[in-house]
Design a protein around this ligand. Sequence first.
Ligand SMILES: [Zn+2]
Length: 407
Amino acid sequence: MNLLDDARGLAPDLRQLRHDLHREPEVGLDLPRTQERVLGALAGLPLEVSTGTDTTSVTAVLRGTADVATPDERPVVLLRADMDGLPVQERTGLDYASRVDGVMHACGHDLHTSMLVGAARLLSAHRERLVGDVVLMFQPGEEGWDGASVMISEGVMEAAGRPVEAAYGLHVFSSVRQHAEFVTRRGTMLAASDALHVTVHGAGGHGSTPHLAKDPVTAVAEMVTALQTMVTRQFDVFDPVVVTVGSLHAGTRRNVIPDTATFEATVRTFSAEARDKVAAAAPRLLRGIAAAHGVDVMVDYTAEYPLTVNDVDETDFAAHTIAELFGGERHADLVHPFNGSEDFSRVLDLVPGSFVGLGAVPVGVDPATAPFNHSPYAEYDDAVLADGTALYAELAQRRLALPATHN
Ligand SMILES: [Zn+2]
C-alpha cells in the first residue's frame, strides 16, 4: 500500500494552501507571511518544529515510531522545499494571481512548499511505518540568496540529532516537460552559476577627439564579444559553457566619452573543471584587452551556486520509486542537465541525494511553447500537487527502510 491515495485525499487542502501562498508571494530570505502559513499548516502534527535564527526558515523533524533493533542508529532522511517568490509582475490572469505588486511565485515554489506540507501530513499519519526520522527543510531565499547555506549554518543537517543520510528535493516546470512527467538525471542535474562584474576605467573627453581621451566604451564592446570567442576557442564543446552579458552601461550622451563603462555577466558551467577554467580565463582575457587599449579594468568574479550533482544510487532509487508509484511512462531520464542552478546543491555537496523535476504545464498546453519558469505568464497545474506530495513522502518512507548498505 502506498501513500498516493492518501495524497489525493489531501489535494483540496493542498490546492487551497498553494493558492493562499500564491496570492501573497515574498522575496528573499525574509518571508514572514509565508513562514506563518507553513507553521499554521504544520500545527497539530507530531513534529519538532524550529524556525530560523538568521532567516524565516522552518525546520520540522518527524520521529518515526517503527520498532528497530538499534534505536540510536535509526537513519535520517531530509526533504527540502523552497518557499520564495520572484520580483516579477504576474500577468497570468488567474483567479488566485498575486496580490502583491511586482512579486510573483513565478518559479512554482508555492507548489513545492504545499507538497512538503502534504508530505508532513502523510508521514505524520503513518509514523509507525518510519524506521527513522525525517527532516523537513522549508527554505527561504533560493532565488539567488543562498538560503540553503544559511539553513545549513543554522543547523538543518543536524536537526534530528543524527547525521542526514540522504536528501531529496523537487522542482516543478511550467514548460519544456510534459504534464505530470517526472525527470531524473544521474550526476550533474543543474549548472553551476557564477557572476562576472566588470568596470573599465578610461578617461572621459569630447566625442570628436577620442585620441585625447581613453575610451572605455570600445574596450567594453570588444570584451563582450571576446568572451564569446573565449567560450568557443578555449572550451570543449562537449563540456559546455554559457556566458551571457545581461547588463551593460556607459555614458550619458552621444558626443561625450565617459570615464567608465560597466557590464555584468552570468556564467553557467556543467563541470568543476570548466568552472575553474572560466574563473581563470575570463579575468585574464579582460585584463589583456584592457591593457591592449590602455585602460584599467576591475574584474570581480564571484562564485554563486555550485553544480547540483545527483548521486547515482539515490537517483536510481528515486527513479525506481517514481516508476512504482506512477508507472514507468511517467518517468524520463534527462539527456542533458538543466542550465539553471540551485542552492539545493549545497545540501547535495554534503550528503548523497537527488533533485527531481516534475512537469507542471497545464493540461492541454503545449510544453514546447508554454511560458518558462520565471515568466510573468508561467502557470503551474494544481493537478500535480498530490503526486509531488506522494513522491516526497514515499522517498522518505522507502529510503528509511533500505538497508544501511544502500550506499
Ligand atoms: Zn525555482
